[in-house]
Design a protein around this ligand. Structure first.
Ligand code: GLN
Length: 454
């Protein structure tokens, strides 16, 4: 823990942490030492982790990387971070992210962007983004500031930052982890998961994070398997679907080659590769960017300057609301709230929101059909490119930034588990990730296949 605290303090230039809690960490580490000495250590005893600042931490400021929560200290611990602490984990601090988890580059944080520890070949001064929204998590794990980190994934925020930093990230099946105490973005899409350096570490961390929680009615009451046992299991004879619709027009040769490499590796490990069709793929991004803002606009209505968080003074209650929200939310969050309230408004609800929900069912049925036909998992690239430098993408056109999520959002729309594992580096020396998508509640197959790709 001391070594990790030192590393965290020496790497402040990366801006991974919004709040560091070294004193708490060292206290937890001492308690872990005592437990280890007594022989009643938990499965994560004494392991220093980082916590995405979207998870409420009891007695520790929790901001969601927003000005509006700049003074918010929860009196409770989120179920998932509580599970990690129960199992012996040490918590080093709260990791930076895009504001309210909205973004793909960690550039929307009110606490400044995170810088990836990776360098672009021949371009040592470029500030490379760590992906988003879990950019503090991916950069901190990649830079060895912590052994693993919690993250959340609404449309790709675990898998894309993992791909951008050469780390492993898994978004489990919707319902696998409790969402209680995690600041809500889009409740029907949000899931917690880990970012780690290896597939085995991800399996160990997820086992502690997952499980039923009576405080979240969408968490599923099913036993959590021993995920670590799946790491190293044979993948011989497993059927891997390669969806032709993901071979986008204009896909770069580098990403196409990464995908072919993934196919070759799995074949070598004894898996069988089949071409599949997921015909509604092209509607996933536009429908995600209706459903996610709609749910966000509803969830973010609670930040009114009255109940908690920052309050701007005003002449009457409406003035307080207006000033608090105008000052408290950044540009991307305000954009999502406006899109969301628009698609939910009386005149447009059926045309946009209800329609998008119908398309969402079609996207899910595409996957159901592939799994019913005997496919065990689906292999795709995790992202359409390697990481970029700050300001290079989406700085004038937000839709350009949204295109980053093209391979990841379908998984959230269908509620499926998805893992991103490192697949090598591009010509610019930056990491590339491969994504595996599994059947509902079959994270074990993803750990087995993910390990075969390592
Ligand atoms: N980049 C996506 C968005 O901005 C996904 C974010 C996430 O998964 N939290 O909505």
């Amino acid at each position: 823990t001391r070594a990790h605290v030192d590393a965290m303090e020496q790497a402040r230039v990366l801006n991974c942490f919004i709040t560091e809690t070294p004193d708490l960490a060292l206290k937890q580490a001492e308690a872990s030492d005592a437990k280890l000495a007594r022989g009643d250590a938990g499965p994560l005893e004494g392991l220093p982790l980082g916590i995405k600042d979207l998870y409420c931490s009891k007695g520790v400021r929790t901001t969601a990387a927003s000005r509006i929560l700049g003074n918010f200290t929860p009196t409770y611990e989120s179920t998932v971070s509580g599970n990690l602490i129960r199992d012996g984990a040490v918590t080093l601090g709260k990791l930076n992210l895009d504001e309210f988890a909205m973004g793909s580059s960690n550039e929307t944080s009110a606490f400044g962007p995170v810088i990836s520890p990776w360098k672009r070949k021949g371009d040592p001064d470029a500030k490379i983004v760590p992906g988003g929204s879990s950019g503090g998590s991916s950069a901190a794990v990649s830079a060895h500031l912590c052994l693993g980190a919690t993250a959340t994934d609404t449309g790709g925020s675990i898998r894309q930052p993992a791909a951008f930093t050469g780390t492993v990230g898994i978004k489990p099946t919707y319902g696998r982890c409790s969402r209680w105490g995690i600041v809500a973005f889009a409740s029907s899409l949000d899931q917690a998961g880990p970012i780690t350096r290896t597939v085995r570490d991800a399996a160990i961390m997820l086992r502690s994070m997952a499980g039923h929680d009576p405080k979240d009615t969408t968490s599923v009451d099913a036993p959590v398997p021993d995920y670590e046992a799946a790491v190293g299991a044979s993948v011989r004879g497993r059927r891997i679907g390669v969806p032709k619709e993901y071979r986008l027009d204009g896909m770069s040769a580098e990403i196409a080659a990464l995908w072919d490499q993934g196919v070759a590796w799995l074949k070598e490990a004894g898996a069988e590769i089949v071409e599949i069709s997921l015909p509604h793929t092209k509607y996933a991004l536009p429908t995600y960017y209706i459903i996610a803002p709609a749910e966000a606009s509803s969830n973010l209505a609670r930040y009114d300057g009255v109940r908690y968080g920052v309050r701007e003074p005003g002449k009457d209650i409406n003035d307080v609301y207006e000033k608090t929200r105008a000052k408290g939310f950044g540009a991307e969050v305000r954009r999502r709230i406006m899109i969301g309230t628009y698609v939910l408004s009386a005149g447009y609800y059926d045309a946009y929101y209800v329609r998008a929900q119908k398309v969402r069912s079609l996207i899910k049925r595409d996957f159901d059909a592939a799994f019913a036909a005997g496919v065990d998992a689906v292999l795709t690239p995790a992202t359409p490119s390697t990481a970029f430098a700050q300001g290079e993408q989406g700085s004038t056109d937000p839709v350009e930034m949204y295109l980053n999520d093209v391979f990841t959002v379908t998984v959230n729309m269908a509620g499926l588990p998805g893992i991103s594992v490192p697949g090598g580096v591009g010509a610019n020396g930056l990491p590339l990730g491969l994504q595996l998508i599994g059947r509902p509640f079959d994270e074990e197959t993803l750990f087995a296949l993910g390990h075969a790709l390592e």
